[in-house]
Design a protein around this ligand. Structure first.
Ligand code: FE
Length: 148
């Protein structure tokens, strides 16, 4: 018990130091779900109304990862997955990507979400989800990868 308390205290002391150095914490992984299909076509948009933009970066160093491949897929406005709502992009300078898409609806008891997969040589592939809030039209979503 005592040791556990000391460990917790140590973590509390260390955590702010890590933040102060500006480390980029890795993006939390999230379930892939049953609707992923590889090789999504290159696209700028899979709809309109919601803009999602951000940068692909390395955890820790925050180094941008240009050339990363970003894939996304989501339900259409009727709540069904279709080929019109899957796409991919290659991150540009500074690791930037930007997509326009339809606002996904909540379905099957799940909150509205967009699935993402990100690949960069030398980094662990990331599978995650973005949860836009109702009424949001622009979201910043950085994708932070862990080195292999
Ligand atoms: Fe889903």
């Amino acid at each position: 018990m005592k040791r556990r308390a000391l460990l917790a205290m140590g973590l509390l002391l260390l955590a702010p130091a890590a933040w102060a150095q500006g480390t980029c914490p890795p993006t939390r992984a999230d379930m892939e779900g049953p609707f992923y299909k590889p090789d999504a076509p290159r696209r700028e948009a899979t709809g309109k109304g919601l803009s999602v933009a951000g940068a692909v970066k390395a955890a820790g160093s925050c180094a941008p990862l240009p050339g990363s491949r970003v894939e996304w897929w989501q339900a259409n406005p009727r709540g069904e997955y279709d080929d019109a709502h899957r796409g991919s992009q290659i991150a540009g300078a500074e690791g930037r990507y930007q997509i326009a898409t339809d606002t996904p609806p909540p379905y099957s008891g799940r909150p509205a979400h967009i699935h993402f997969k990100v690949f960069a040589p030398g980094y662990r592939a990331l599978t995650t989800q973005l949860y836009p809030r109702a009424g949001q039209t622009a979201v910043t979503f950085d994708l932070v990868l862990i080195k292999e």
